[in-house]
Design a protein around this ligand. Structure first.
Ligand SMILES: NC(=O)c1ccc[n+]([C@@H]2O[C@H](COP(=O)([O-])OP(=O)(O)OC[C@H]3O[C@@H](n4cnc5c(N)ncnc54)[C@H](OP(=O)(O)O)[C@@H]3O)[C@@H](O)[C@H]2O)c1
Length: 426
């Protein structure tokens, strides 16, 4: 059996799990794939660091360039994370004519267009199945199985940390801070959770999903992004009474006059397939005229699940190497015609704290009506000096809704617009 030399850059959560599988499951992988994968090097920052598996010292290096440049390394696996030195090393491998597998969403959402172009120029593959959704197969389905489908919408729960936090806030009525602390104590959230809770991690994945679904280059900085930090547990309770579940959604849609890509907290109707995706699970839901609806769901992170996705890419690339015929580029990226979020139709859940007296409703309805926003439902909670009014609006252009929210804030009968959360237009 022919053997393929594999060099891994990064031996942390994913790289460590992958290296362990390559060392301990070599025969099983060979029996199933017909390939012998030989781990030649594992680059880390600190070889003395305690790791769950003790790797042979001769495999470890602190010089990642050595891994890329070794003629015995046929394919390079980048699992360091971050932009540099990962981007430079991936480019170096591609320029040397070596295929690359990566799980790095930040890398792909920032420099993916350049790297894919270089891979195409050199006639080698750059695969990144694990960059979105961990173990969930979604990159290959989007770029191959669904290459003939005209996808109209992709909705993703692509960040397990925020989904865990929101699930806890729903199920146990804990505050955002309490749920975040629990996520941190269970290892679902980093000590610095900013990238997750701000939506930045999901934005990188949204950019990748949109690029593949619509065959157009969407960079991470082109994604309108809002996080979950300011969600109030009170609204989660009120929304539940109205039949909604909060999710941090990555939304990429074909609007007819351009693509729109955004990440923001969204109230999802309880009957929608994404509403029941709970805890740290991820899911990607997509629609198109041929397939109607598809749902991909499963563990979106973790060393073991993610290593499985990386291993699948490695086996595919190794087969191409053996066949001596690299696959033609799977992804073609034309420049994007993006629509700003302000132009989209959006529907809102609004919680207003108002003065409880006659005529207030008429003033509020007037402010909505003046800006062309119509009300789907309204609930009053409590009486007394201040009453709480909850509105759900019909879809209307986001710019009008935003002006309506501003106008409401300025009314003397409105003490505050206490919450404004978008509602999924299903
Ligand atoms: N963790 C997940 O569940 C998951 C899921 C999907 C995708 N991903 C992606 O997979 C990638 C890896 O994530 P991870 O969680 O495995 O990260 P990690 O645990 O932080 O591991 C990073 C590894 O890279 C090594 N490294 C970093 N900079 C280096 C340098 N300059 N030279 C040599 N080695 C260096 C580190 O060495 P030391 O061990 O010595 O520190 C460590 O082994 C990221 O792009 C991430 O977004 C992760």
């Amino acid at each position: 059996m022919v053997s393929i030399g594999v060099g891994i850059l990064g031996g942390g959560t994913v790289g460590g799990a992958l290296a362990t599988r390559l060392l301990t499951e070599q025969d099983a992988i060979a029996a199933k794939s017909g390939l012998t994968l030989e781990l030649r090097h594992l680059a880390v920052r600190d070889p003395g660091k305690p790791r769950p598996y003790v790797f042979p010292p001769n495999l470890m290096t602190t010089v990642p360039e050595e891994v890329v440049d070794d003629p015995e390394v046929d394919l390079v696996v980048e699992l360091m994370g971050g932009l540099e030195p990962a981007a430079g090393l991936v480019m170096r491998a591609l320029q040397a004519g070596k295929p690359v597998v990566t799980a790095n969403k930040e890398l792909m959402a920032t420099t993916g267009a350049e790297l894919l172009e270089e891979a195409g120029r050199r006639g080698v593959s750059l695969l990144f199945e694990a960059a979105v959704g961990g173990a969930i197969p979604i990159i290959r389905p989007l770029s191959e199985s669904l290459a003939g489908e005209r996808i109209t919408e992709v909705l993703g729960i692509v960040n397990g940390t925020t989904n865990f936090i929101l699930t806890r806030m729903c199920q146990q009525a804990t505050t955002f801070r309490e749920a975040l602390a629990e996520a941190q104590s269970l290892g679902y959230a980093e000590t610095d959770p900013t990238a997750d809770v701000s939506g930045a991690d999901a934005a990188a994945k949204a950019a990748i999903l949109a690029s593949l679904a619509f065959g157009t280059w969407v960079g991470r900085d082109m994604v309108h992004t809002e996080g979950i930090e300011s969600l109030d547990v009170a609204d989660i309770g009120f929304a539940a009474d109205l039949g909604y579940v909060p999710k941090l959604l990555a939304i990429a849609s074909e609007t007819g006059t351009g693509i729109a890509v955004r990440v923001h907290p969204t109230l999802v109707p309880v009957g929608h397939p994404l509403a029941s995706v709970s805890g740290s699970q991820n899911a990607i839901y997509l629609r198109g005229p041929g397939v109607d609806e598809l749902l991909f769901a499963g563990p979106g992170a973790g060393g073991g699940p993610t290593a499985t996705a990386v291993l699948g890419d490695i086996i595919e690339v190794a087969r191409e190497l053996l066949a001596g015929a690299p696959a033609p580029p799977r992804v073609r990226l034309a420049p994007a015609g993006l629509r700003p979020v302000a132009e989209l139709e959006t529907s809102w859940y609004l919680r207003l704290e108002v003065v409880d007296r006659a005529g207030v409703l008429a003033r509020i309805a007037g402010a909505f009506g003046d800006l062309g926003v119509s009300i789907e439902s309204m609930v009053q909670i409590g009486r007394g000096e201040t009453a709480t009014l909850i509105f759900v609006t019909h879809p209307s252009p986001e710019s009008g809704s935003r002006r309506a929210i501003e106008a409401l804030s300025g009314l003397d009968v409105v003490r505050q617009v206490a919450a404004a959360i978008r509602v999924l237009i299903a």
